[in-house]
Ligand binder design. Sequence first.
Ligand SMILES: Nc1ncnc2c1ncn2[C@@H]1O[C@H](COP(=O)(O)OP(=O)(O)OP(=O)(O)O)[C@@H](O)[C@H]1O
Length: 744
Amino acid sequence: MRHPDYEHEQKKLEETIDLIDHEISSLREDIREATDDYVKQVVNFSKAKELRYLEEHGREKPYFGRVDFIKDEVYERDSVYIGKRGVVRSDTFDSIVVDWRAPIASLYYSGESKDAFYRMGREIVRGEVTLKRNFAIENGKITGIYDGAVKETINREMSHPDDFLQEGFIDEFLAANLNETNDSRLKDIVATIQSEQNDIIRAEKERPIVVQGVAGSGKTTIALHRLSYLIYNYQDSMQSKKFMVFAPNRMFLTYISEVLPELGVDDVMQSTFVDWAAKLVKPMLPKGWRITSPDKPLALFFDDEQEPREQEVASNRLRFKGSLACKQALEQYIHYIMDTRIPFKKLSFVFSRTKQVFAIEGSFIKKSFMELFSHLPYHRRVDALRKHLKQEMNKHFYAHLRELKIDLDKQGLAKYEKMLDQILDTYMVSFPRLDVFASYRELMSEPSLLRRLAPTEISDDVIEDTCSSSHALFAQERIEVEDIAALLYLHHLVEGMDGAGQFDHTVIDEAQDLSALEIAVIALATKANSLTIVGDIAQGIHAYRGIHSWDELTQGVFLQPRASMYTLSQSYRSTVEIMRCANEILKQIDLPITVLAKPVLRYGERPEMLLQSSRNDMWEQIASRVKQYMDEGFRSIAIVTKTIAGSKRAHKSLKAQIPSLTLLSSKDKHFPGGITVMPAFLTKGLQFDVVILVDVEQYERNEWDAKLLYVAMTRPVHRLVVTGNPDQPGQLWIRMPQELYTTT
Ligand SMILES: Nc1ncnc2c1ncn2[C@@H]1O[C@H](COP(=O)(O)OP(=O)(O)OP(=O)(O)O)[C@@H](O)[C@H]1O
């Protein structure tokens, strides 16, 4: 049945397209003539950009939504049409379409309400939203109109009362959009941003925000939309080329960069933490020293049969190096140097002409150094103290000259200046200059020193393990990835951070995989604490690194200003059936309830377990599934193994049957799409139409394997296939309720 307003809306759409056509002609006219004038060139460039948008997208689908708003005390209804970009009539300057990032567009995302409001700078505009309407538009024709209720919870196919809490909602327009997906690249979601996502996108700019969001809740997507929002609203104080996005690997960065042009922020910087930080650290290292591969710990913990004790030592060391306790130990190291290596002797000299002694007591010098300049990095503190001592001496000396009415000539004054400089130079020698790397090495290899400086809650075993294994590593002229943030932090304490404030805004994706210290270092490089930190504690797959509770950031790193914490529990990626299975894995480990995902009610097929009679049979079945899914039109299919070695083996076994199969490793810079094989840790952040999970029995019942399996299981948009031995399906899969999956 046609929507009662269909005629009206179709007419409105046609009028809008006519106006856009008119704009297109006048823009074409404006930029036709070449010009030497620089200002005109700049104007023409931005007009050409606008023209391209209108020709390629704006004309076809000028807007996706409408919101009707009655402003308090005005009582006149205003209908605002919202699109991916704003369109303004160049003759009257009337707004034909409002940009989704504009303040008033916020009303569209918060939905119908009697107490609606939006912020215009500092002002809050209040009123009532009487209608929220979505349009599906194809080639200038309206093909669907969806009104009202954003969150209509449908209690469908739920067998257990608890399911109601576990599962999510269906928004008809959103469901239509999600079902369309047959291409798993990241895309813009401006038409269907949900209210709680909108709050994050539009959050205050000068405060760190931390988002705990379940798998598929749109964290990556909304963090990038936030960049787009910030650049639109703060063009005067922010530049997108000074935005930085940190993500776990290079392949993931190319994967997300596909959506950036659509959002108008294609010139942002992107890096992994290690790539960015290693560049800063390398100049600090002695010649010949290197950083070990980031994959080394992965192999130690996931790949090979390693000695448990060796794993324990590595885990103790790596965890400590990324911790806030390590940050404290580094801060204490500076105090230790000041307490034990600087004698703070009395500074004095005699003015030979009057035999007057000028002196500054050691205690006064120590107090000035410790208190007056405590905000400065150590070396700058030393320089500031020298200046201060000189001023103090001058103050007393010139007061003495005035008192005795001594008028020193130019030569006499120069002699005094020279003598004072020499005295100060000699005195300041007792303030050691610190070599950052040598200091760090000293701290990390001497257990008695580290014990003295680390907080007492760090056990002696951790201190011993850290120092002994670091010492062995340093003996090979190597540092490891976990040393990088600690070294940069010490550098900040000693010299100051060169790149402080280099980023106008920073996004940290998959933040649970970075350590608190790494995030603290990134914050030092970001202006005004303007950070968007997104992650999921349930997807922290490393026992030896990463954040285990967001309190580490909200209570340990961001104290001034405090971080705002957001939680997203609605998941948009996978079908209900896939998320039910994935949640079962998480329930087996002790995690806070907030990390369990509520899927949007999009239904599909139950995950399927392939039974195998032999290894060869398994590879054959996988190959035939791949062919079947390709015939069904799925474009991205990932074959996921637990380990790096496993993915190499799978590639070897399947290559002949699937010639287009690509083996991916953490060295890969590009995400090729198509049919890929990779270890589970590499699938983080990515999504595929289909995931085929090989050898599920290899995942054991411990926190890290459960999280790794959960990550892999939450990657597919449409289908999940698992291979395993049904008699011994592994410690995690064995608890999977049989009704949640099928076997073939
Ligand atoms: N409001 C929305 N409307 C439509 N699609 C959405 C919405 N929010 C998220 N999605 C879709 O959900 C999928 C998951 O998004 P995204 O990868 O950003 O989630 P994530 O939280 O970063 O996931 P993960 O932690 O599992 O890597 C994407 O396909 C995205 O387009």
